[in-house]
Design a protein around this ligand. Sequence first.
Ligand code: ZN
Ligand code: ZN
Length: 385
Amino acid sequence: MNAPPETTVPSRMKAWVLGDPDDIKLVDKDVPVPGKAEALVRIDAVAICATDLEILTYGTPALIEGGPPFNKNFTPGHEYMGTIAALGPGVDEFSVGDRVTVEIHAGCGQCKRCRMGMYTSCHNYGKNYGDQDKGHRANGFTTNGGFAQYAVNNINTMIKVPDTMSDEEATLVVTAGTSMYGLTELGGLVAGESVVVIGPGPIGLLAVAVAKSLGASPVVLVGTRENRNRIGLELGADVTIDARNEDVVARIMELTGGKGADYVVDCAGSETTVNQAVHMTNRGGKICLAAFPKKPVEFDLGYLAVNNIYLYGIRGEGRSATHRAMAFMAEKRFDATKIHTHTFPMEDLPTALKYARERIDDAIKVVVSMKDSHAAENAAAKGAV
Ligand SMILES: [Zn+2]
Ligand SMILES: [Zn+2]
């Protein structure tokens, strides 16, 4: 029989908090206490996302107590995994000691969109304080996140991790979940249909992997970085297009017999890529915007109407897409670890952020491991006995 899981939960923990823009500090904080339908997760690893970098600098899309997240003792970080350390009242869906990975949005559970399963588009986003507390949670956005030793998660946001999956790989499930959400919102039945993914960032690369696993053919990846396009080929792209050296739309037309792609997922979100997406999609085809353009973009809207092309915006990883992504990853349908490039200990978060931001050493997914910090804490606890 295995030894019983460690159940001792300390009252204080180490956590990074956001001060002024781009100023983060490692502090001591109270370990949060899980409420009804919640569990306390001992965080073992957390991946850095481009959205974290945006939150640290600009604040948005984080929303703490109705405003910017600066100087509010807020802990960012949202792509984490760990081990359940304690359960809230009435929780029997998980046990202490379970390894879990998380999705971000719990939603309020009571608005129209949450009731439809679209909890990433919750009408009560960020309303979890004071008199207007609707209980919305999006850890790392509207509630404390994963750049800490512990976090509280709603049971709906946790997925068990198989023993065969490493901590680092488990942090990537939510990213694959976002890719999965995009493809399933487009209709999901992409087997035998052409799918073009623009932008080989983490979501784009895993969109290639998910599209291939769903049977799409051909799967085409458009990017400007050769090393990332190469990883795209390893994850299942049939063809890659170097956007610096080729006429992207002409090449897609050539690959699709002059008709255009059935599905296009834009993971770059620039004016150029939005226009490419519009003009490479065939009649009755569908476009998914999986990136947020930073400013208004001008594009040929009339072309969409004349050609009966559908345009979808997606937010996050809704409709339990992360569970479907985990089903694929648990069965090793694709190897998401190909996008994991670096791991740093918790204390080195600033360096890890710098690697992610500046893409030092071709960084794609940079993971921060809490294992050493927990080991130090356990050793200290044993020494005290
Ligand atoms: Zn993210
Ligand atoms: Zn809601």
